[in-house]
Each structure stands twice: as structure tokens, then as C-alpha cells.
Write a protein that binds this ligand. Structure first.
Ligand code: BGC
Length: 442
């Protein structure tokens, strides 16, 4: 497989997120985010770990961008920490926060790397959470003001923006299950968070487009290939309901299709939070949709699971190979996912803005020979090519992620990087997968 098969306009990249790499959580006027608060709570993160230092990217970004360049990676996706720019989420701007992202963007451009910022990768300013956060409809205004500041300060050098990262995960894990920040639970938090995230995504898209008409504006979604446990009708319909929740709930309103609540009647509960005129406000014609996919899920009927009557058959129980996240190793899943999203006629272009796998890497004689990750990424790219050759508009691929980092509630244990990090010394070592990607992109 050669890079040339994808054409010269195909976007190759690597993705990161502010909270997972930057560290320096209270430096230079940064305000606390919900993840700073959440990691400080007992029992929330594996081993009680936090992201106070993480990969020290706040200080080491130039060195890390040198690695990006040495790996021949032309596109670098990162996120902007809202509470660096607006320490309490709204009101006064922190100049030092703007300075950091200006330096970062300039450092990318100096190296010939295209910067791809995401406005929101899960780190809401804590001060806004104290006002209700994503459950308070005012968040749409707060987010819009923040988006406008980013557009005005950074937009002159940005060709590709993403409004949000995986809203299903921060609403589902953070507002229904309570296993991610801010740790809210139940439908009373989940539904308003979903609706306000959808309104904010579309509002953010409109603001970026108005300010930067020539930039490509996108937003990203988590997606998994779903299969029913059996072909029995109850398992098939359970899998369809899970598909509504995991794959359709957040994207369809943005595409102008409204919420997909016909198959899962409990979802009609979102309507309680809708005001007249919201249907139009929920939609925005994005230039591209970012698809982020990691594994396959198998779903079976379950009487006892409330609302959905569907449950995941854990990969551990299916006797399949597992990643360090206990997800099935299934790089082939990228193909049906691309096929599925290509069917939405409103989607003009798909970039795979995250894909990768965590494995328990070991350093041996100074090297990390991560053959499983290498194979995972190579197979994913091959499967993407297959979908592309069948006419799907898949125009880019970004590996998750550059360096091992802070994997949210899982702490530092799962390593996803192309580059190994020794978290004691901050030493970086390019893994075999990184070297493979470098040679592929040469
Ligand atoms: C997120 C990343 C995360 C990765 C692996 C995605 O859901 O956007 O922040 O580290 O998956 O779990």
C-alpha cells in the first residue's frame, strides 16, 4: 500500500487534546476546568492520577512539533483549552492563554505543519459548570462567545476548524453515567446536555464560517460499527436502538434530520428542552464531518437494562483479542463505519479525525516495538482505502495519538501514542508504529 493511492489532497495527520497532554493546569492565569476538578475527586481516575503535568506539552510543544515534522506528518490536530482563554468561561480574556495558542499555531506553521484546532475537547471551565454547565441553556451563548474569540484571534492562520470532539462521549459518560467529568448522572442531566451540545455545535459552526468563510469547518463524532449478538429479531432491534444512541443521536440533528427518537421512545424526553425554532438552530451545513472510530460493539437484547433494553456484550466475554482499553482489536470496523456515514447525503466530506489503539508497550534496549499498533493502523488505512475506492468521500486520516498521554478516567495506563513517553523524565521515544507511519508518509 502506498500513500500515492490516496491522492495528493488526502489529509494525513495526528490528533491530540489539550487536557490530555498540556499539563500546567493552573499556569499563566488558566482557570480550572471540570477535568481538573474531576481528577481531584477520590476514586474517579485510575490510581488517583491527574493531568497536572501530563506530557508537559505546554512547555515542550516545540520539541513535540519537531517530532511531528520528523515523522513527516503534515497535519496536527489539537484542542484549545477554553479556561486558558477565558479562566471563568466568559468575560475577561486571559492574554497569556491566547499567547500560548498563538505560539503553538506559529510553531506549526514554521515547521510546515497545518494546525487543526478543535474548540472543545471536554474541558468545560469549572466556573460554568457551577452555573449548570451543559445542562444550562445559557451555555450556548457562553460557547458562542468563546468560539468568536478563537475565530478572531487565531482564524487568520487556520484552514481547518473542528467545533467539538465527540459530544456523545462527554454527554453520555459525563452526564448520564457519571464516569467522566463533570460526573453528572441520569436523563435529567443527559437530555439537556445533549440538546445544548447540539445547539452549540451548530452555533459554533456558524460563527467560525462567518468569520472565516474560506476555512473548512467541521465537527467530530464518536462512531462504532455495531453488530447484533444474533440474527434473532430481538437482538437485531436491540442493536438498532444502540445504534441510535451511539451513532445517530448527535449527528442527525446537526444534519437537519432532527433527533432520531422514533425507534427509541425514551429519547423523546429531549423535546422537553427544545424551544420553538430550535430545529433550524440545531442544523449547520458543515464542510466536513470528523469520524472517530476505535472498535466494534456487539449488542444483545436485555430486559433489565432500562430505557434501551439493549446491552453491550463485552469484548472480554466474546473471546476476541483485546486492546489495553479492553476493546476488541477490530481495525476492519473503520470500513463499515465510513460506508454508513457516506450514506447521509448531507455529509460532503469525511475525515477520520481519530483512530488508533492502546497496547501495553514495553521499552526494550531503548526501543518500543509495538507491532500490534502498527498492524492496527496499517489495516485501518487499508480498509479506509477500500471504502474510498468504492466512492466514499473519506478524504483524511488522523492517528490517535502523537504521544502517550492522560487517558481520562483510565489515567496513564493505556498508551495510544506513536511516541512513547516516560512520564517520570518526559523522555520521548518513537515507537515502531511511528517509524512505520513516518516511512509511509515519506
Ligand atoms: C477521545 C480521546 C480519547 C480516545 C481514546 C476518543 O474518544 O476523543 O480523547 O483519548 O478516544 O479513548
Amino acid at each position: 500500500m502506498e500513500k500515492e493511492l490516496f491522492g495528493k489532497d488526502f489529509k494525513w495527520g495526528v490528533s491530540t487534546a489539550a487536557f490530555q497532554i498540556e499539563g500546567s493546569c493552573s499556569s499563566d492565569g488558566k482557570g480550572a476546568s471540570i477535568w481538573d476538578t474531576f481528577t481531584a475527586r477520590k476514586g474517579k481516575v485510575h490510581g488517583g492520577q491527574n493531568a497536572g503535568v501530563a506530557c508537559d506539552f505546554y512547555n515542550l510543544y516545540e520539541k513535540d512539533l519537531d517530532i511531528v515534522k520528523a515523522l513527516n506528518i503534515p497535519n496536527f490536530r489539537f484542542s484549545i483549552a477554553w479556561s486558558r482563554i477565558l479562566p471563568v468561561g466568559k468575560g475577561a480574556v486571559n492574554q497569556k492563554g491566547l499567547d500560548f495558542y498563538n505560539r503553538l499555531i506559529d510553531a506549526c506553521l514554521e515547521r510546515g505543519i497545518d494546525p487543526w484546532p478543535t474548540l472543545y475537547h471536554w474541558d468545560l471551565p469549572q466556573a460554568l459548570e457551577d452555573l449548570g454547565g451543559w445542562t444550562n441553556r445559557d451555555v450556548v451563548e457562553w460557547f458562542s462567545a468563546y468560539a468568536d474569540i478563537c475565530a478572531r484571534n487565531f482564524g487568520d492562520r487556520i484552514g481547518h476548524w473542528m467545533v467539538m470532539n465527540e459530544p456523545m462521549v462527554f454527554t453520555g459518560a459525563g452526564h448520564f453515567l457519571g464516569v467522566h467529568a463533570p460526573g453528572r448522572t441520569g436523563l435529567k442531566n443527559f437530555f439537556p446536555a445533549v440538546h445544548h451540545a447540539v445547539l452549540s455545535m451548530a452555533a459554533g459552526g456558524r460563527i467560525l464560517k462567518a468569520s472565516q468563510p474560506h476555512a473548512e469547518i467541521g465537527t467530530t463524532f464518536s462512531c462504532s460499527h455495531i453488530e447484533p449478538y444474533s440474527q434473532r429479531s430481538w437482538d437485531v432491534s436491540a442493536a438498532n436502538r444502540a445504534d441510535v444512541l451511539f451513532n445517530r443521536l448527535l449527528i442527525e440533528p446537526v444534519l437537519g434530520m432532527g433527533y432520531p427518537d422514533k425507534d427509541v421512545s425514551v429519547m423523546k424526553g429531549i423535546r422537553k428542552y427544545m424551544l420553538p425554532g430550535d430545529e433550524e438552530k440545531m442544523a449547520f451545513d458543515f464542510d466536513f464531518i470528523g469520524i472517530q472510530t476505535y472498535t466494534r460493539e456487539v449488542i444483545r437484547y436485555s430486559l433489565l437494562t432500562p430505557y434501551l433494553h439493549a446491552k453491550l456484550v463485552k469484548a472480554e466475554k466474546r473471546k476476541v483479542p483485546l486492546t489495553a482499553m479492553k476493546w476488541e482489536v477490530y481495525p476492519e470496523g473503520i470500513y463499515p463505519v465510513i460506508k454508513k456515514y457516506s450514506q447521509y447525503k448531507q455529509i460532503k466530506k469525511i475525515y477520520i479525525t481519530e483512530n488508533g489503539a492502546a497496547f501495553p508497550d514495553t521499552v526494550t534496549n531503548g526501543t518500543v516495538d509495538d507491532q500490534e499498533r502498527l498492524a492496527f493502523i496499517r489495516t485501518s488505512i487499508q480498509e479506509l482505502l477500500r471504502a474510498r475506492e468504492e466512492g466514499c468521500p473519506a478524504e483524511g486520516y488522523f492517528v490517535w495519538t502523537l504521544t502517550d498521554n492522560f487517558e481520562w478516567a483510565e489515567g496513564y495506563r493505556p498508551r495510544f501514542g506513536l511516541v512513547h513517553v516516560d512520564f517520570e523524565t518526559q523522555e520521548r521515544r518513537v515507537k515502531s508504529s511511528g517509524k512505520w507511519y513516518r516511512d509511509f508518509l515519506k
